[in-house]
Write a protein that binds this ligand. Structure first.
Ligand SMILES: [Zn+2]
Length: 441
């Protein structure tokens, strides 16, 4: 049903384009209404639910016949077993009481069996994909892709020149600009600001398209509600940065030719000709020690070195140049979780004050979304992620939100809640960004 979602998203993007083009030259107002946009997204998605197409009519599905990945369910009793599975290259997408499910390449699947892991079920990615026939975009279906995301950000910036500015924080492996929309009533572009800063990042992982939509619509919402009392205060007292699509190369690859490829990593060509580094294992925080793989073809490949990838290096340079950043949210999908450090250590945060702030913030944000707040490593230990690095190196209260849905390509029914509730949580984050420690008072 992702198809429906993205078609709708594109319809909205087109509507935005039309509305914007109709503005007289010099007109500052941007005729994109958040409500309209969300309704369009929902309604158009709901109106378009049709019968699944036969496999033969799905463009690109045949290609997956040559893909060596399997969707497997493996017995894993606890977080230690889950961490070990990540290290063996299983890309965990779902966690149940005693099992995990996710993608694994054929050679790593053999290794799992050899090591004695009990594989409850397995199916080829082709067989797995066939269950989601409705999710495949038609060859002619449009997508809220990198270009449309870029154009929308440009329009938002152009229509709100007194608040918003847009700049690239660096280029990807394939040379695409990584866009950052900045909202600040005094400083623009890359000019430093002493105002407390908040950073929102989407799409570390390519196939997690909902994470781009949440961040983008959040930007639209903030600008549309710029005169609401609370938001007006945030805009004038804070330095807000939104990077909705960190991994556009992977996003484009995932949707190229009107099909999905379940791409997680970036588009680095590794020495063994496999594709991609897992950007959320490539940060310099106990890099590649637990829950990550040194094997390039693995879905959890940490790269040849910390910050080997231009996408993560861009975040490093960006954050290190902005010591005013106090809070950070990295959007992923899917599990319905709000996670905080440690991700890479199997112990609670040593600093009790900080741990308390993390816990309170996670609980408050989870209350808006209905997600589960918890320390990241309670699920499994994974080193090299964004949040541990941001906390250690910048003292930043950094979170991972795993959005809702039961697939990387969720149906239209999750859009409304995912966007609306996560905006509330994101606004809550702004409300404490001036001084997160005030939560302890
Ligand atoms: Zn992710």
């Amino acid at each position: 049903m992702k198809k429906l979602f993205i078609s709708a998203a594109f319809a909205f993007a087109l509507a935005g384009t039309t509305a914007y083009a109709a503005q007289p030259a010099g007109e500052k107002a941007l005729n994109i209404s958040f409500e309209q946009l969300l309704n369009q997204l929902k309604n158009s998605a709901l109106n378009n639910i049709g019968q699944p197409k036969p496999a033969s009519e799905i463009v690109g599905l045949q290609d997956l016949k040559n893909d060596d990945r399997f969707w497997v369910t493996v017995l894993a009793a606890d977080k230690y077993a889950r961490t070990a599975l990540l290290e063996l290259g299983l890309d965990i997408a779902e966690i149940k009481d005693k099992t995990v499910s996710g993608f694994v390449h054929k050679p790593e699947l053999a290794a799992l069996s050899e090591k004695g892991y009990v594989i409850q079920s397995k199916q080829s990615i082709y067989a797995y994909a066939k269950q989601y026939l409705k999710d495949f975009p038609d060859s002619d279906s449009a997508y809220h892709n990198y270009k449309e995301t870029t154009e929308l950000l440009q329009k938002l910036a152009a229509a709100n020149k007194n608040i918003a500015s847009l700049f690239s924080i660096g280029k990807t492996v394939e040379g695409r600009d990584i866009w950052c929309l900045r909202l600040n009533t005094s400083a623009k572009g890359e000019v430093p600001s002493s105002k407390p800063g908040a950073l929102y990042i989407g799409n570390h992982h390519a196939r997690e398209h909902l994470s781009n939509e949440v961040a983008l619509l959040y930007a639209v919402y903030l600008l549309e509600h710029k005169n609401d009392a609370d938001i007006k205060t945030y805009l004038s007292t804070l330095d807000i940065h939104i990077i909705p699509m960190l991994n556009p190369d992977g996003v484009e690859y995932d949707i190229a030719a009107g099909k999905y490829r379940w791409q997680r990593k970036n588009m680095r060509v590794n020495p063994d000709n496999s594709i991609g580094v897992d950007l959320n294992r490539n940060y310099d925080s106990l890099w590649c020690q637990s829950g990550a793989s040194h094997y390039p073809a693995a879905e959890t490949y940490c790269g040849p070195a910390a910050f080997s990838e231009p996408e993560t290096l861009a975040i490093k340079n960006f954050v290190e140049a902005r010591r005013n950043i106090k809070t950070l949210m990295s959007y992923h999908s899917y599990s319905g979780l709000v996670l905080y450090p440690w991700a890479g250590k199997d112990t609670p945060l040593e600093n009790e004050k900080d741990r308390k702030v993390f816990e309170i913030m996670a609980q408050k944000m989870a209350a808006f979304t209905g997600y589960t707040p918890e320390q990241s490593s309670d699920l499994y230990v994974a080193t090299g992620d964004t949040t541990d690095w941001a906390y250690v190196n910048g003292g930043i209260f950094a979170f991972t939100t795993e959005l809702e849905g039961n697939s990387f390509y969720p149906g239209p029914e999750v859009i409304d809640n995912a966007v609306s509730n996560n905006i509330k949580a994101a606004l809550y984050m702004l409300s404490v960004t001036d001084n997160p420690y005030k939560l302890l008072q």
